[in-house]
Design a protein around this ligand. Structure first.
Ligand SMILES: [Zn+2]
Length: 434
């Protein structure tokens, strides 16, 4: 499976994404899963299979993806990214941890249960997609179309990790995201600054004024209403976040920035997972070649993203951003907005019964208390599952933070195959008793 270069971003590898889909389908069938089928999405295909003979038991949908990130830069790999090497109890290959190793775990766990008990403790549906690494583009349309086939009581995302055996964690939330591009056009063509300077507006300056109006020097967002829907952290939630307070310092050291940035009234960890952000991700315009050029640019562009937290709604944020940009366009210049996308934030409800079952299993297996962890990133499928299937999503996978997902020399610990496979078996068994 690791030898298949199922790179979803590059059309040249479309047949390999299909090859990975058929590998997964065959593996599901070999494990005793039924109704295995490849379903079309308009983009890369989805693989589905189920086992539905646990009468009166809940139905668990297990989600993952078989597509991978490009392997570049190839020169930084110690071995061929698509020719796996096993060294020191780790397998090195593109997608080893994200997420071909994780994808196999629930399949082999169900296979083991079927081989030993002849049955599964709960009903299982497997759903593996081929576009996760390019933003699950076709997925919401696909879910909408196959709502009945995919109906379930609970989703488990295998594209994840549960900390280490010494320090187990369960993921209970992700931030949402909103993105946009701003374009400023001040004239039909660039001008010589010798005669334009002093009479014509400059697109870069106009853009910079708009961008600068959006944040204060501490990163507080000045867009009117931006914080209106932000959930205020309870003392319990603050304590939960504080368990990971050492994490930002490790990031700061490894990335090499000198001091933390952001709202001083919140801790770095709170800012990283429980506060919204607004960032310029790219900006371009004017002359960028060698030497100088005395020009007044007529166009400038910027890409922005905001990370969103409960209970912010990306549609509302889009309206507020558009209103802000309109109100902060200082002259008669053309400002257009494009490429607006949003995904809402997601939290597993703290009292969700299956969450407790998972925590108990991890606690029993590791002998350590389990910490609930929110992530600063975004997993769009979680809110899609909630909206379209009405199901909460729990995470169960073997990835650990140091396994270099998306980076050269990506690896996966072989010990995860036993540890997390066992966790799947116990969790599904305990779920049937709860
Ligand atoms: Zn990934």
């Amino acid at each position: 499976m690791l030898r298949i270069p199922s790179i979803s971003a590059d059309p040249a590898y479309a047949k390999d994404v299909r090859a990975a889909a058929s590998w997964v389908g065959k593996r599901l069938e070999n494990a005793g899963i039924e109704h295995v089928q490849t379903l079309e999405t308009g983009g890369h295909p989805v693989v589905y299979g189920d086992w539905l003979h646990a009468e009166g038991q809940p139905t668990v949908l297990i989600y993952g993806h078989f597509d991978v990130q490009p392997a570049e830069p190839l020169e930084l790999w110690d071995s061929d990214p698509f020719d796996p090497v096993i060294k020191d109890g780790k397998v090195f290959a593109r997608a080893a941890t994200d997420m071909k190793g994780n994808l196999l775990l629930p399949i082999v766990a169900c296979e083991a249960l079927l081989n030993t008990d002849g049955t599964l403790p709960v009903n299982i549906k497997f759903l593996f997609e081929g576009e996760e690494e390019i933003g699950s583009r076709s997925f919401s349309g696909f879910l909408e179309k196959h709502k009945e086939l995919l109906a379930c009581d609970l989703v488990i995302s295998a594209d994840s990790g549960v900390g280490t055996e010494e320090n187990p964690t369960v993921g209970t939330g992700v931030r949402g995201v909103f993105s946009m591009q701003i374009n400023v056009k001040t004239a039909d063509m660039d001008m010589h600054s010798g005669f334009g300077g002093g009479i014509a507006p400059n697109a870069i300056h106009e853009l910079v004024r708009i961008l600068d109006s959006m944040r204060d020097e501490d990163g507080r967002i000045l867009v009117d209403g931006f914080y209106d829907q932000v959930h205020t952290l309870s003392d319990d939630e603050k304590a939960q976040v504080a368990q990971f307070d050492a994490f930002p310092e490790g990031i700061r050291e490894s990335v090499g920035f000198k001091e933390f940035f952001g709202e001083p009234e919140f801790t770095p960890m709170e800012r990283g997972v429980a506060r919204p952000t607004l960032e310029v991700n790219g900006i371009w315009g004017g002359y960028q070649g060698a030497g100088g050029k005395t020009v007044i640019p007529c166009e400038a562009h910027a890409k922005l993203t905001a990370r969103l937290v409960p209970d912010q709604d990306p549609k509302r944020i889009q309206e507020l951003m558009e209103a802000h940009i309109k109100a902060h366009t200082f002259r008669s210049v053309d400002v257009t907005i494009e490429d607006e996308h949003g995904t809402p934030p997601y939290r597993v409800p703290g009292d969700y019964p299956a969450l407790k079952v998972l925590e108990n299993v991890m606690e029993e297996m590791t002998g350590h208390p389990v910490k609930r962890q929110w992530a600063g990133g975004s997993v769009p499928v979680t809110s899609l599952f909630k909206d379209m299937l009405g199901a909460e999503t729990l995470s169960l996978g073997g990835s650990q933070d140091d396994e270099r997902p998306h980076a050269p020399n990506e690896f996966y610990r072989l010990s995860s195959f036993t540890h997390i496979q066992k966790a799947y078996c116990l969790f599904l068994q305990e779920l049937s008793k709860s």
